[in-house]
Design a binder for this molecule. Structure first.
Ligand SMILES: [Zn+2]
Length: 90
């Protein structure tokens, strides 16, 4: 594992934050509001930005760039996200 400088770390966090906002904004622009793309329900709340490939899996498989990639993020309701996290344990 490569050590990164504090500046690099802060920039990565800032970039992830921007990617998150961009992804949520994209959906709001296209559909008018944020909803869970997993179940498509309005009542799957709160909608957060979830990683398609989990951060853990990305790190374990050496694809750390996926942790920060907007392509790896989708708006997903917390109930679905938690269900998926549980499934990932097995
Ligand atoms: Zn859902």
């Amino acid at each position: 594992m490569k050590l990164i400088s504090m500046t690099e770390y802060v920039l990565k966090i800032a970039k992830e934050r921007i990617d998150y906002e961009v992804r949520m904004e994209d959906q709001r622009e296209a559909d008018g509001y944020n909803f869970c793309i997993t179940c498509g329900r309005n009542d799957c709340q709160p909608v957060t930005c979830a990683h398609i490939i989990s951060v853990k899996e990305a790190k374990e498989t050496g694809r750390t760039e996926l942790c920060w990639s907007v392509k790896n993020m989708v708006p997903e309701g917390l109930p679905c996200h938690q269900k998926r996290d549980k499934l990932n344990l097995f």
